[in-house]
Design a protein around this ligand. Structure first.
Ligand code: IPM
Ligand code: MG
Length: 358
C-alpha cells in the first residue's frame, strides 16, 4: 500500500490519447492493489512551445525531479519543423533525459504469441517467441556531442560529434551485464569499432568488464552486421548494449520485427529508482486525434514504471498479463489487426485491458 506521485507529460500528436489510457490502467492497478497514485500534468515539446515559447519549461524539470517517476507520451510534429534546432520539441526529450540523469534506456522487444502473424519476418525465423532487451546509452554520444556550423573544404558545413568516456561506457554496460545475469546471460555489444575511435574505447571497456561477469557470454558485433542479424536470425539475441544513436536505430528495427512499433515500451533510468517511462514510438502526427493509436506500448511502459521505479513486481506482471490476455482474446488496434479483423479504438483497447485486470 503506497502513495506515489508522477509527473505526466502528454506531449504532442497521439501523446495525449495514449497517456490517457496508460493513466487509466495505473488507476485501475491502484484500486486493485490499494495504492494511491497522483498525477501532476506538465508541459514539454510542441505543446510547451505553443503555451510558453520554450520546449522544456523549468517548472517541468522541477516537477519531474520531485516525482517518483515521469510518464511521457511523445513529442514533436510537422507544426514545429521550422523551429530552430535547439528549441525543437525533440530537444525537450533530450533535455529531460540529460537533466534527469537518465543514461540507461531499456527497450524490450517481445513478440506476443498472438501477434506472431503480424511480424513481417517469416514464422520459421522468429519461431513462437522472441525476447530481446536493447540497452541503449541515452545521455551521450552524437546526440550530445559538440555540434555546429563551420567553414569546411567545400564551403560551409554542419557537424555533430560522437564522443564517449570510459565512465559512460562502464555505467551503461553495468546495467546491461546486470540485465543479462537475470536473463539468458548473453550480451551482445554493438559498435563500429572498425571505423570509430569512440567504438574502440567502447569495445575495450566492455571486454575488460566481461572479466567481472564470467557467467555472461559476450559478443561484439559491428552495427551494420547487427542490423542484418536482427532480421536474419533475431533469436540469437538476448541483451544488446549499444550507443545512443545505434540504439535508436536498432530499437526501431527490433520493434518492427515484433509486429508493430505500437507495442514496445521503454524505461529510462539513472542511479536509483527514479525513471521516465514512454513508448518507443513517436507522436505519429498522421493519426493524431483519430483515436486509432495503439495504447499498448504506453500501457506496457506503466508496467515497467511499476517494476523499476516502485518495485511493485506483482502489479507490473498484472498489467503484462492483462495485455497478453487481451491479445489472446483476439482484440486488436488497427496497426496489429490482420486483414478482415475488427480494429478497436485507442479507448476501446484501453478498456479491454482494464477489464482483463478486474
Ligand atoms: C526515441 C526517439 C527520440 C530519439 C527522438 C524523438 C528525439 O526517436 O526515443 O527513440 O532519437 O531518441
Ligand atoms: Mg527512436
Amino acid at each position: 500500500m503506497g502513495n506515489y506521485q508522477f509527473a505526466v507529460i502528454r506531449g504532442d500528436g497521439i501523446g495525449p490519447e495514449i497517456v490517457e489510457e496508460g493513466i487509466a490502467v495505473l488507476k485501475k492497478i491502484g484500486e486493485k492493489f490499494g495504492h494511491t497514485f497522483s498525477f501532476t500534468e506538465c508541459l514539454a515539446g510542441g505543446a510547451a512551445i505553443d503555451a510558453t515559447g520554450h520546449c522544456l519549461p523549468e517548472d517541468t524539470v522541477a516537477a519531474a525531479k520531485a516525482a517518483d517517476a515521469v510518464i511521457l507520451g511523445a513529442v514533436g510534429g510537422p507544426k514545429w519543423d521550422n523551429v530552430p534546432g535547439n528549441e525543437r520539441p525533440e530537444r525537450a526529450l533530450l533535455g529531460l533525459r540529460e537533466q534527469l540523469g537518465l543514461y540507461a534506456n531499456l527497450r524490450p522487444a517481445i513478440i506476443h504469441q498472438a501477434l506472431s502473424q503480424a511480424s513481417p519476418i517469416k514464422q520459421e525465423i522468429i519461431g513462437d517467441s522472441l525476447d530481446i532487451l536493447i540497452v541503449r546509452e541515452l545521455t551521450g554520444g552524437i546526440y550530445f556531442g559538440e555540434r555546429g556550423y563551420r567553414e569546411g573544404k567545400y564551403g560551409q558545413e554542419a557537424y555533430d560529434t560522437e564522443a564517449y568516456s570510459e565512465m559512460e561506457v562502464r555505467r551503461i554496460a553495468k546495467k546491461a551485464f546486470e540485465a543479462a545475469m537475470v536473463r539468458k546471460k548473453h550480451l551482445t555489444s554493438v559498435d563500429k569499432a572498425n571505423v570509430l575511435e569512440s567504438s574502440r574505447l567502447w569495445r575495450k571497456t566492455i571486454t575488460q568488464m566481461a572479466a567481472d561477469y564470467p557467467e555472461v557470454t559476450v559478443d561484439h558485433l559491428y552495427v551494420d552486421n547487427a542490423a542484418m542479424q536482427l532480421v536474419r536470425d533475431p533469436k540469437q539475441f538476448d541483451v544488446i548494449v549499444t550507443s545512443n544513436m545505434f540504439g535508436d536505430i536498432l530499437s526501431d528495427e527490433a520493434s518492427q520485427i515484433t509486429g508493430s512499433i505500437g507495442m514496445l515500451p521503454s524505461a529510462s533510468l539513472g542511479e536509483g529508482s527514479f525513471g521516465m517511462y514512454e513508448p518507443i514510438h513517436g507522436s505519429a502526427p498522421d493519426i493524431a486525434g483519430k483515436g486509432i493509436a495503439n495504447p499498448i506500448a504506453t500501457i506496457l511502459s506503466m508496467a515497467m514504471l511499476l517494476r523499476y521505479s516502485l518495485h511493485l513486481e506483482q502489479e507490473a506482471c498484472a498489467i503484462e498479463e492483462a495485455v497478453t490476455q487481451t491479445l489472446n482474446a483476439g482484440f486488436r488496434t488497427a496497426d496489429i489487426a490482420a486483414a478482415g479483423e475488427t480494429a478497436l479504438s485507442t479507448q476501446e483497447m484501453g478498456a479491454k485491458i482494464r477489464e482483463a485486470l478486474s
